[in-house]
Ligand binder design. Sequence first.
Ligand code: GDP
Ligand code: MN
Length: 382
Amino acid sequence: MKLLEYQGKALFSRYGIQIPSGKMIDSVEDALSIAREFTQNVVVKAQVYVGGRGKAGGVKLASSSEDVVSAAEEILGMDIRGCEAREILLEEALDIEKEFYLSLIINNRNGNIVLMFSPLGGMDVEEIVRNNPKNLTRWEFDDISVVREYQIRNCLRKSGLQGEILVKVASLARRLCTCFEKEDLTLAEINPLVVTKAGEIVAADAKVEVDDNALFRHKEFINVPVEIFDPYEKRAEEIGISYVHMEGNIGIIASGAGLAMNIMDILDSRGFTAANFLETGGGITAKLISDSVKLLFSNPKVKGVIVNLYGGVNPMIEAARGVVDGLKANTRNIPLVVKLLGNQQEEAWGILEEKRISTVKTVHTEKAVDALLEKMEGRIVE
Ligand code: GDP
Ligand code: MN
């Protein structure tokens, strides 16, 4: 999960990495009142999940409250490469002497962590490094918890850093390592890492990504869930399935997103549209499937239902029992076809066929779709 710049900076700050003082705003009125609190120049920064804001006009320097207001007016609502700027970070402007680049990232090929540093940071760092890779110093290691500050100094020395600055940047990089480890990050990038005229090292930007699988340990980053208004989607959340309501007539239940989209594509090629997207994911139980089937039957637009399941970890006997139970809610006698394969498929087919439920036993999803459309023939589909 990506964090916005201000969230990343707040995280850095907790690990003793210096950041500029700043405030978040989301309206021009706030810009005016807060701009008055600043006694020096202000940087006005769009908070969006994409990079390259500087070049897109999403970062502006302001030297008066009027400047801050006009910059905020310009930036609020701005489209930065498809991402709307709804919030702005106002920050004390730094007196920049030098801009460095520093990052920690996971090498997906082997799971190692890579520390990267360039003494030529800033908005053009990518091009600078592309033209001359020597401008980037790279060090890869497998255990971040045992990385020592002197090892980081040895690495940074290769880029030409020396003296007090070398010591300060290495110390900051070590703190970034602690942050990376303790906060389960997959990316921590500071560009620019600014050396101010006064000799301080300050993180002027923060690009941070948290491992999605570790989010349960970082509830503070999870955005407040949006309220669900659609009654079907609300019910789906209670059941514990992924569900998106749509406007067509064919209800879909699938054990994976691919299986669901496969049906939607085939329906589309036959001139039909889905009434929903529904993915159970792992953890199928008879109750989950029964609740899902009943949910689809409760939608008056549904004129046919197709169930497409694969049992790798999912027990197909449970799924078959769930379909049988769900059919009790089929008061409108809506045709239903099940394609089911995998774990204990024979027993599952037996349960379905005993109840005379149309069962497709091959991998060809078209067969299931066409069997359903045939059963629906003569029924009014708008
Ligand atoms: P990005 O383009 O999305 O990476 O946004 P950054 O936060 O990196 O800002 C873009 C550029 O604005 C930086 O590379 C700096 O050159 C400049 N910048 C950011 N903060 C300050 C500041 O406090 N003072 C000055 N003078 N320039 C800044
Ligand atoms: Mn940047």
